[in-house]
Design a protein. Sequence first.
Length: 500
Amino acid sequence: MSGTFVGMPGSPAAAHPAFPAAAHDAVHNPTLRANLRHATRTIRAKRARAVDELSDWAALREAGRRIKDHTLRHLDRYLVQLEESVTAAGGTVHWAADADEANRIVAGLVRATGESEVVKVKSMATQEIGLNEALAQEGIRAYETDLAELIVQLGEDRPSHILVPAIHRNRGEIRDIFRTEMGKWGRPAPEGLTDTPAELAEAARLHLREKFLRARVGVSGANFMVAETGTLVVVESEGNGRMCLTLPETLISVVGIEKVVPTWRDLEVFLQTLPRSSTAERMNPYTSMWTGTTDGDGPRTFHLVLLDNGRTDTLADEVGRQALRCIRCSACLNVCPVYERAGGHAYGSVYPGPIGAILSPQLRGTGSEIDASLPYASSLCGACYEVCPVAIDIPEVLVHLRERVVEGGPAVRQGNKVVLRPAKGHAAERAAMRAARWAFTHPGALGAGQRLASRTRRLHPRTLPGPGRAWSGTRDLPAVPPEPFRDWWRRTHGGKDGAA
């Protein structure tokens, strides 16, 4: 998946270290830990209150799950219907198999306008494919207009959260970035800029306003696409998206194929669950919808680039495909104890946190060190599943992907059935699992081993030797009972003789 965002924008997955190594510095950075702790706890507390207002939240969650599963089962039909609807409304649809093809299409469309700059709505799909970097190589400058994305771009940084990409930055850091970098990209920050939120927001507004009024090309993603009408939907909280979607003469939207929903009635469910799960609002301040082009209103030219980039490979996995239900609310990040301590950069992908741990290894494969380690970036506590508004069983998929990493086996890559080789570094784990499988299928040997372990329990070490140190270094070895359960059961007739 060349061009996919990993580590630094546009760099290959192989360049990013495994999750434990990448997270090492983050967990020892007190400023980063404080920023993450404050932000995630604030967001999840507000979300809990917003969700509690709805007595039918569980029903909405189940409805969202069913709509997404139905759409994924019939994705071919709904994508064709979407193309027909967009075309009938005056838009043009392009199909991109991977990141490189999508970047070529967008760059070609921008060049055809004669423009050398674009304004962008916050879009994870364009970050996934490294669009900004691809456009820069063609001499086209892309300006992020979402406040958090602007902070990331000005600071030559990377997003670390799905909803709040600059969550790892505090107000003082943002003020310093604005002071030193804004002038290089356009209107400089006001003299004497402080770190008060109102002043920072006003500095960003003044900086961006000239770009909105000058730009002739806008680039967006979409939260949803309605197949029956060809309507695209963007929900946001700042109004920058509305400016990018209405002022430019040409609008180019890059959207993952999984974002389609069949009907307007289906959209109703997600417009209730997404705002509450993401920004903890009853509805987003700005919900923008557009259907093709309309004379005298909005862009005169509309292009929709439908992005695959590993999604049909993911769809082929009966367990892993549920990751494609994701509506990018980020609720799973805000409750995850691993994300709160490690931050988003350690995941080596534009998709951090629990959803990134199951989505990135499927979109990109598990061949790189970082992707092979992501399924292990979890305690399997299940909090992510409990808050997911479309009921993605993230722990189930994590375990499924761990099996793929350790054992290899059949999979689909780039539309072809392949047999994956086991990832390096898991030989001891494979041997242990195979030994356990043999023991559990030979009751006599299992019983003998249990009795031997009980009789020698005083000689057991507190930590495991060799490769086992990685496990026991952060865990206490469980104490072996003085008598195996099966022996106790036979001796006491299942406790009927009164034995404790």
